[in-house]
Write a protein that binds this ligand. Structure first.
Ligand SMILES: Cc1cc2nc3c(=O)[nH]c(=O)nc-3n(C[C@H](O)[C@H](O)[C@H](O)COP(=O)(O)OP(=O)(O)OC[C@H]3O[C@@H](n4cnc5c(N)ncnc54)[C@H](O)[C@@H]3O)c2cc1C
Length: 407
């Protein structure tokens, strides 16, 4: 079969890799490079992640064996996540709900309020929005201290204006017993990224190069027209295929499809997303992998100490903020923190975070039903309009690959 894959990010490359041995696969990518959101660039001999920090791990065994089949396990090193939350006068370890003893050392009254409210919170399972979900899970003191300000920053809107359903399997909620144990004794979390893998090349793009090996990828080819003629897909009036798999953002893809119903285009206009701006800095030494910045006096929501992903460790940090910010604004904010020594590079990512508002679920479902009706597969972070990490994108590809084998 002739198969066209649109987009050469992690999802498109994984899909291409899975299919290319048994099919005639072409990948079309609008940029001059592959890797999409997870792409890296060399700056002063170190790896700059243009978006985020991109650590890799997965709870899915089939994803781990797929990845280690591509790039053997001995070609990766394991990094222990050491993350902190900057509360202004002091920092506490992440996750905050296990760090009440650290809060106590700095502010005994606050630690008492956090404990009292966490242990007496009553969760009836009914939530109207994301803020209520946080309050019913963690109690007001932890919410006012961290969850509400941090989430307001990272989503660029108030949690009370957001849907809560997506967060349920993203954040493990400590039960009252484990919360109590953390007060008595040190307790570490077991979240999926409490340890993660990074390639020994000190560059995540080693994974994308392994995925891309042997694939037919056409870069600088922006998809702008899609139609079906005589049961064949025709893209950009040039590329023909029996099967079309898109990883393009769901709010853009329908615009390229000939004769798409106006109601579908209407749904695309309801989808919201956030851009991310970041600056790479030379920084002073730290043992941390990243630091959350919930306080409103900084425009950054997170520092990623990317140099600590490498072996040997280096002193570099990426500062991230939501939306389109200028280099000057970001540097001016960074200059207030002596930890950040020298800005080195700057980038704005367009589609970075899906916004989970009240329109997301119905709009995505409407668009996906239409795409299904015309036999076009849409997968990936923005292809499904979900909060997917790289491993979940790969998992979606493995699932679709199994389904395609049946047709
Ligand atoms: C700030 C941040 C931090 C993150 N950190 C991590 C992390 O630590 N670990 C982790 O596992 N995941 C992380 N992720 C998630 C990860 O980036 C994504 O899950 C993954 O990269 C998505 O891959 P994708 O291929 O689905 O989408 P994308 O990477 O967006 O790929 C889509 C591709 O389609 C191309 N394209 C778009 N329009 C067109 C067009 N018209 N024609 C042709 N090509 C087009 C794009 O150029 C792009 O290459 C993070 C994400 C963000 C935003």
């Amino acid at each position: 079969m002739k198969i066209l894959v649109l987009g050469a990010g992690v999802t498109g490359l994984t899909m291409g890799h899975l299919l290319h041995r048994t099919h005639d696969v072409t990948i079309l990518e609008k940029e001059s490079f592959i890797g999409g959101l997870a792409r890296t660039k060399q700056v002063n001999g170190i790896t700059y992640h243009l978006t985020g920090g991109h650590c890799f791990n997965s709870k899915y065994e089939d994803v781990m064996s797929f990845v280690f089949g591509l790039l053997p396990k001995e070609k990766w090193h394991l990094v222990k996540r050491t993350s902190a939350i900057n509360l202004g006068k002091y920092e506490v370890s992440y996750p905050i709900e296990y760090s009440v003893r650290q809060i106590y050392q700095n502010d005994a009254d606050l630690a008492f309020a956090v404990t009292k409210e966490f242990l007496s919170v009553s969760d009836d399972g009914n939530y109207s929005d994301l803020e209520q979900w946080f309050r019913k899970k963690f109690g007001n003191a932890l919410c006012d201290l961290y969850f509400i300000p941090y989430n307001t920053k990272i989503w660029g809107r108030k949690p009370c204006e957001m849907d809560y359903k997506w967060v349920q399997d993203k954040l493990p909620i400590p039960d009252k017993v484990s919360f109590f144990q953390s007060l008595m004794d040190y307790r570490s979390d077991t979240m999926p990224h409490s340890r993660f893998y990074y390639p020994n090349t000190n560059d995540q793009s080693s994974l994308f190069e392994a995925l891309a090996d042997g694939l037919n990828i056409v870069c600088n080819e922006k998809v702008s027209s899609i139609k079906k003629e005589n049961n064949q897909w025709v893209v950009n009036n040039t590329y023909m295929a029996d099967v079309l798999i898109s990883t393009l953002p769901l709010n853009e893809l329908p615009n390229y499809i000939k004769d798409v119903p106006e109601t579908v285009l209407h749904s695309t206009r309801k989808l919201k997303y956030n851009k991310v701006s970041n600056v790479l800095w030379e920084s002073i030494p730290t043992e941390k992998t990243w630091t959350y910045q919930p306080l409103p006096d900084s425009i950054f929501h997170r520092y990623i100490h990317i140099g600590n992903f490498f072996l040997p460790q280096k002193n570099y940090t990426i500062t991230e903020c939501i939306g389109e910010k200028s280099f000057e604004e970001m540097v001016a904010c960074g200059r207030k923190d002596p930890f950040l020594v020298r800005p080195l590079d700057y980038h704005i990512s367009d589609h970075a975070y899906v916004v989970f508002d009240e329109n997301r679920e119905s709009s995505v479902s409407h668009i996906q039903k239409y795409l299904e009706s015309i036999g076009l597969y849409s997968i990936g972070r923005f292809g499904q309009w979900e909060y997917f990490n790289m491993d979940v994108c790969m998992k979606q590809c493995l699932n679709l690959y199994e389904n395609l084998k049946r047709i």
